[in-house]
Write a new protein. Structure first.
Length: 109
């Protein structure tokens, strides 16, 4: 379910490895300025800004201006949608693993 303030799908936003790394970096810090985030990648400031914009459109990143600097922080709430989706399929895999274990046990007898 996409909230009204989200312009982009959360799944689309986390599909890119660079954006997943940005999420990880922001999860480890309270807030980071753009130049510190850019230093973590082998790409320019503009490319990192574009990735942050996509995360912002999905509601995953919040930015604020402090003087001439823009700082970013993670808003993990939209990730709940992904957690719920994975949890649903986790039940599927647990049931299949239980059946597989039963087959192995039957085969050993």
């Amino acid at each position: 379910m996409i909230e009204n303030n989200q312009l982009r799908d959360v799944y689309d936003a986390i599909a890119d490895p660079t954006r997943r790394e940005l999420i990880r970096l922001l999860a480890e810090a309270r807030e980071l300025p753009l130049h510190e985030l850019t230093a973590q990648f082998q790409m320019g400031r503009t490319a990192v800004s574009k990735h942050l914009t996509i995360l912002k459109e999905a509601g995953l990143v919040i930015d604020r201006k402090v003087g001439r600097e823009t700082r970013f922080r993670l808003n993990a709430a939209p990730l709940k949608e992904i957690q719920d989706w994975v949890a649903f399929y986790s039940k599927f895999w647990s049931a299949n693993m239980l059946r597989l274990n039963q087959l192995f046990e039957e085969d050993e007898i």
